[in-house]
Design a binder for this molecule. Structure first.
Ligand code: PMP
Ligand code: GLN
Length: 407
């Protein structure tokens, strides 16, 4: 089930990535779980609570700024490190929200979404055999990019339903072989916001084993009461940390793919060395528009989070009423729900049947877990709540059929 055609002439190195889920058994490119599930929703007309993208526009000022930039002729290549106005806005944002002192000229790099920042950071710093530690489940791109770089992916489990971090397991995973600790907080798919104790331990381990910290903070503003703290604010972290974010989630512009990283100048340079031959640059008129967004008043950010929290509660209530056990997220776009109480022990199978059974699409949490360890999350499904309330209410009433319907 893929919306990509088989790729002609695959090279041997591409085949080696099969373990990272990049290739299907028949040699065709396996679509990401998000593309696959969005295609399924489109084909069946089901409500798409799979891929995380909002169905409403973000701040009007941001959209207008992009229109204006196009009208003003901001349509050619911006500088390789990003438009000055956006780099300034990113540096100001880090100072305003987190008290981080970032030099806009040398410590900011604009990228094609957070995805390119992740890719370039990993390709720049992970060599064959280097270990990269992440929590698991983890965002699907991590395993794929680590494999592409020739790295070894070590994971620390987060367990349903509270996703508690076992500090002993974390400590055991980080060794002198660890090149990078790749953190994601707020976390996709669990909605966990890592607390100070965990962040401090990560920094302590990174210092002890001389590892880089790469932190993916794309959901930084979408928190529901638990404050997000960038790991770069922990003493000892800043000089070894690449902090990644994106305008996609914060301004509901996921299709614009304007991301960035902030890091000490030497790390920016090493990542730029890779990035300049990936995309070189992207999204000229969207860069000043995202800068406009980053400069909007605090209330724009906090109101968006509050609205999303209300949506979370609508979907959580719907899933519970339908018979799922729900883990209520502290942040982000997603709820992880256990289908086992409904008698479904295979979340991937359920997700393929869900459009027919209930007219809804979700994503199996197994897609975020290495093949050998999927049993731990087998019955779990991720549902996106970054949708209009009426859509979430309709999805809830459809999901209620699961408990009553025949199987
Ligand atoms: N990291 C995480 C944790 C995500 O959920 C996503 C998906 N939006 C990304 C990175 C990719 O972000 P972007 O669209 O800016 O590339
Ligand atoms: N980050 C989005 C999600 O988790 C998907 C982005 C993508 O399709 N690559 O649903």
């Amino acid at each position: 089930m893929s919306d990509f055609s088989p790729a002609p002439g695959l090279r041997p190195w591409q085949r080696t990535a099969a373990g990272a889920g990049l290739l299907a058994d028949d040699g065709s490119i396996a679509a990401t779980i998000f593309a696959e599930m969005s295609a399924l929703a489109q084909r069946t007309g089901a409500i798409n609570l799979g891929q995380g993208f909002p169905d409403e526009d973000g701040p009007a000022e941001v959209l207008e700024a992009a229109r204006q930039a196009i009208a003003d002729g901001v349509n050619q290549y911006p500088p390789g490190i990003g438009s000055p106005v956006l780099r300034e806005a990113i540096a100001e944002h880090q100072a305003r929200w987190y008290g981080l002192d970032v030099d806009a000229a040398s410590e900011v790099l604009v990228t094609a979404g957070a995805t390119e920042a992740l890719a370039a950071a990993i390709l720049a710093h992970v060599d064959t055999g280097d270990e990269v530690v992440t929590f698991e489940p983890s965002y699907d791109a991590y395993a794929a990019l680590i494999a592409r770089a020739g790295g070894v992916h070590r994971t620390v489990p987060l367990r349903f339903p509270d996703w508690h971090v076992d500090l002993d397991e974390l400590e055991a995973a980080v060794t002198d072989r660890t090149r990078m600790i790749l953190v994601n907080s707020p976390h996709n798919p669990t909605g966990t916001v890592l607390g100070d104790e965990v962040l401090e331990r990560i920094v302590d381990l990174a210092v002890r084993h001389d590892a880089l910290i790469v932190t993916d903070e794309v959901y930084e503003h979408l928190t529901f009461g638990t404050a997000h703290r960038p790991i770069a604010t922990i003493p000892g972290a800043r000089e070894r940390t690449i902090t990644i974010s994106s305008g996609g989630k914060t301004f509901s512009t996921t299709g614009w793919k304007i991301g960035w990283l902030t890091a000490p100048a030497d790390l920016v340079t090493s990542v730029l060395a890779v990035k300049q031959y990936l995309t070189y640059v992207n999204g000229a008129p969207f860069q000043p528009a995202v800068a406009t967004g980053l400069g909007l008043p605090d209330a724009v950010f906090t109101d968006a989070a509050a609205a999303l929290r209300g949506k979370r509660d609508v979907l959580a209530a719907g899933l519970e009423a339908a018979g799922f056990t729900v883990s209520l997220p502290d942040a982000g776009y997603f709820i992880v729900a256990d289908a086992a109480p409904l008698g479904y022990d295979d979340g991937a199978a359920l997700c393929r049947e869900l459009p027919d059974r209930a007219g809804v699409v979700g994503v199996p949490v197994s897609a975020f877990v290495h093949a050998d360890r999927q049993h731990a999350v087998r019955s779990l499904v991720r549902f996106a709540f970054c949708k209009r309330r009426d859509v979430l209410e309709e999805a809830s009433s459809r999901l209620a059929r699961l408990g009553s319907g025949s199987r």
